[in-house]
Design a protein. Structure first.
Length: 400
């Protein structure tokens, strides 16, 4: 199965078309969302994971829902409607079946299948957001093609030889259509969020933006981000202004300007003693390395340890380091990591992405390093410790 096509198919699961809140949406009284469901043809699946859609498992809480006799149920409370992902893994290669849904007050019935042809897991409910979500998902380009593939196999028209799995000419043509359906599906979704400024369109817009930022940072010629920026300015900028997704979207769009020569993005975060610090106050008038790390990120910690000698050599010459750890649920692992690795500089933390430091800096994974000059401009992105030292020698010697 083509991975890109599969991801595009999953996009359509976010459609719901109904407005979750008014244009001036406000956080509501907490409500209960009840999940019930079954897992089909997947006897080895003993649990499912529930997480806010497209969040990293290492950075935010993940709820484990037990599956007993192929059935599961779970009730959780939410304060606003938002997107979630329910999934189960079915091998060590991290392949999974998943379904996205919008939290609503009431009950959802979810059906997950391990069958490769069952791309779209079923949602059955009378709740408006998810009812329309399933209807629109069923009409996607790729879903129709996969349904056609399943029928061809059932009719014995897919393989010329079952023994050798040789594809028929019709099957080869169909696989080509599936492979090339990714772009039309993406264009369809872009057009939907542009022309349907409902709350669901807003949620889908956020999902599309998050999915496209990574490729854009690696390949700035990617045309999708400019399109999404234009859609935000013309469609969503003044809508749902009190919903927490607005801040995330603005931070994601702002992160596109994080580059060498640009100004750093300021924020306030706590240390392990509960004291709040503003980054600009900590680095004022100094050359500074902003070290974004996490206790669960081995490469991040190796880099931080490599920086210790550099810090000791230049800390009295106008250089400092500010660490920020991306942690989940509590800070005990961070505390142990600092004690073990011996970082001598101040370390703040962003628990469950509440501050949004990683979003502000366009970091999809664990770590990033930024060397900042005394005027607040970024000198280098992700420099190795040797490069940091060379740059410090270059610039600090000029000030002597």
């Amino acid at each position: 199965m083509n991975k890109g096509v599969y991801q595009c198919v999953l996009l359509v699961l976010f459609f719901s078309g109904m407005v979750a809140c008014s244009d001036r949406s406000k956080q509501t009284v907490p409500f209960e969302c009840m999940l019930e469901g079954e897992v089909k043809g997947w006897s080895e699946c003993s649990s499912l994971a529930l997480i806010e859609a497209e969040k990293r498992e290492e950075a935010v809480p993940v709820v484990s829902i037990p599956v007993v006799g192929g059935k599961f149920e779970y009730t959780f409370r939410d304060s606003v409607n938002r997107l979630y992902q329910l999934y189960g893994k079915f091998d060590e290669g991290n392949r999974r079946r998943r379904v996205e849904f919008i939290s609503e007050k009431g009950k959802l019935f979810v059906e997950l299948s391990r069958d490769e042809e069952e791309l779209i897991s079923q949602i059955r409910t009378d709740l408006p957001f998810n009812k329309e979500l399933q209807l629109v998902a069923d009409s996607s380009i790729a879903v129709k093609l996969f349904t056609k593939r399943k029928q061809m196999k059932a009719d014995g028209l897919y393989y010329l030889s079952e023994e050798y799995k040789e594809l028929s000419e019709a099957a080869k043509q169909l696989e080509g259509e599936i492979f090339f359906s990714q772009n039309p599906e993406r264009e369809r979704l872009f057009e939907y969020v542009r022309t349907h400024p409902t709350f669901t369109g807003f949620c889908l817009y956020k999902w599309l933006l998050l999915k496209n930022i990574g490729p854009f940072l690696s390949f700035p010629s990617d045309p999708n981000i400019p399109v999404l920026k234009e859609i935000y300015e013309t469609v969503y900028k003044e809508k749902y202004t009190d919903h927490p997704y607005q801040k995330e979207i603005k931070d994601m769009l702002g992160s596109l300007d994080v580059k060498e020569g640009a100004s750093f993005v300021d924020f306030v975060a706590p240390d392990l003693n509960g004291n709040q610090y503003r980054l600009s106050d900590l680095i004022k008038g100094k050359y500074a390395l902003l070290d974004l790390w996490a206790s669960w990120c081995g490469p991040c910690r190796s880099y931080s340890k490599d920086m210790k000698p550099v810090y000791e050599r230049y800390k009295n010459r106008g250089f400092t380091v500010v660490g920020v750890a991306r942690e989940v649920n509590d800070t005990e692992a961070m505390r142990r990591a600092i004690e073990k690795d011996g970082y001598p500089w101040i370390n703040l933390f962003d628990l469950n992405d509440q501050v949004g430091v990683w979003t502000k800096y366009g970091v999809l994974s664990a770590g990033r390093r930024l060397l900042i000059n005394p005027t607040g401009k970024i000198l280098a992105l992700d420099p190795q410790s040797e490069e940091v030292e060379k740059l410090l020698e270059k610039y600090l010697n000029k000030t002597l």
